[in-house]
Design a protein around this ligand. Structure first.
Ligand code: GCO
Ligand code: MG
Length: 429
């Protein structure tokens, strides 16, 4: 190859064995690709790949608070390598982008690869005339159990919101409440229906007190179990704020209320942290929304230190890589619980639902409603009914982007908050 440019432009003319992806079945070649950035209430980055046959696919590339880094990675570094490639060769393109960058892993790289992967699966399924889950082995279940977010400044408020969720048919509800003495905390929003933490053009500063937090959560669970009864699954997100031994204590305190899971109890860079938690509690553990590859969770899964893996399509290398993580997790009794906050676009949600429907070891799917403006920019066929999400039956992912509407909402810089201890020490948010 003389230069990357020559190889891209001509790759579809080369025969297999030349070391370049050859033009495949039906001559489905990537003709162009572009990145669309829109802010219908929050920023979303979407990749659109077009083929020579007019079929196109879309992929979510949103990385909350760092959106433009992924957009540039795609536009400046990935798209030039895609032009001319056989759109059917999803695995090969995945490997090409992962191994070919030399610089492996990381949220920016893996979100960009994920977007390409999603778009290519969308194209393949459209060409096949099938909803994507059919290409992933078909349905293992009819619908996907989701959990909604109940939150409030007080225990009473939160329990009332949880009762609303139960009345709407939710079978699983996440509970977060304000911590007495703290002005604001993770998981508690001003607007109860749409929790959106990336709320300012420079990071908001929160203050944190572990002891006060550890006192309030068991009380919240006691009140919620009492009000909601035994049937509903109750979940909680610690958002990386405890040490392993504190997490062991909280897990133990929650055991009488039988939580479905305790999420992100500790930071996970050191996977051994979870070993210590496990020694002290039978509360199921979930982790992984910020994981990007199987290497972030290999030890956790292999040593059965967790019960649910929360990696999701957009931040963990797309459907191709997430399936690999799920297959590995399956042999260690670990089930999935994909991240599904509002910063994951409807494109990612559609992809996650096809994935969720197809795999044997599905656990639960997080679901937070998007704003109406977001739903208009991303028309989609999935729907909520009685605590479950039903994936779309139209060919492909079953989601689109309305580019005219998207253009009405220009990018707006927004950061996630930061968190400090009350003496000013920087802490985990
Ligand atoms: C969750 C997450 C989110 C993240 C957000 C960051 O469990 O849904 O913790 O609330 O904080 O997705 O962008
Ligand atoms: Mg979380």
């Amino acid at each position: 190859m003389d230069s990357p440019k020559t190889s891209n432009a001509n790759s579809h003319d080369n025969a297999p064995g030349d070391g370049v992806s050859a033009n495949g079945q039906g001559g489905l070649v990537i003709r162009s690709a572009k990145v669309i950035i829109t802010c219908p209430g929050r920023n979303f980055v979407t990749l659109k790949i077009e083929t020579n046959q007019g079929v196109y696919g879309i992929g979510d590339a949103t990385l909350n608070g760092r959106e433009l880094a992924v957009a540039s990675y795609l536009t400046d570094h990935v798209i030039p390598c895609l032009i001319g490639r056989d759109a059917h060769r999803i695995e090969d393109i995945w490997q090409y982008l992962y191994k070919g960058a030399y610089w492996r892993r990381g949220p920016v790289t893996m979100s960009a690869i994920a977007a390409v992967d999603m778009a290519l699966w969308d194209i393949k399924a459209k060409v096949a005339g099938l909803p994507l889950y059919q290409l992933l082995g078909g349905a293992s279940r009819e619908a996907v159990m989701v959990y909604g977010h109940a939150n409030g400044t007080s225990i009473e408020d939160t329990v009332n919101v949880a009762l609303d969720y139960k009345a709407q048919g939710y079978k699983a509800i996440r509970l977060q409440c304000g911590v007495p003495g703290l002005a604001s905390t993770y998981g508690v929003s001003k607007d109860k229906m749409f929790y959106e933490p990336a709320d300012a053009d420079l990071p908001t500063e929160n203050l944190w007190n572990t002891e006060a937090y550890m006192r309030v959560v068991p009380k919240l669970f006691a009140a919620a179990r009492e009000a909601l009864g035994d049937e509903v699954h109750l979940l909680h997100d610690v958002h990386h704020r405890l040490t392993p031994i504190e997490a062991g204590r909280l897990g133990r305190d929650l055991e009488p209320y039988r939580p479905f899971w305790m999420e992100d109890a500790v930071v996970a860079e050191n996977q051994d942290n979870f070993r210590l938690i496990r020694q002290h509690t039978t509360t199921p553990l979930a982790v992984g929304e910020i994981f990007n590859t199987i290497w972030d969770c290999k030890e956790l899964i292999q040593n059965q230190l967790i019960d649910y893996i929360r990696a999701t399509v957009v931040h963990a290398g797309g459907i191709t890589h997430l399936r690999r993580i799920a297959a590995f997790a399956d042999i260690y009794n670990v089930r999935t619980g994909c991240h599904g906050a509002t910063d994951l676009s409807p494109v990612c949600m559609a992809a996650a639902l096809h994935f969720d429907r197809s795999i044997p070891n599905f656990g639960i799917q997080e679901y937070m409603r998007h704003t109406e403006a977001t739903d208009e920019v991303f028309p989609h066929g999935y729907r909520f009914e009685s605590g479950f999400l039903y994936s779309s039956e139209t060919p492909g992912l079953g989601v689109d982007i309305d580019e005219e509407k998207a253009a009405k909402y220009p990018y707006k810089r927004a950061y996630l908050p930061v968190n400090r201890l009350q003496d000013g020490t920087m802490f985990n948010w």
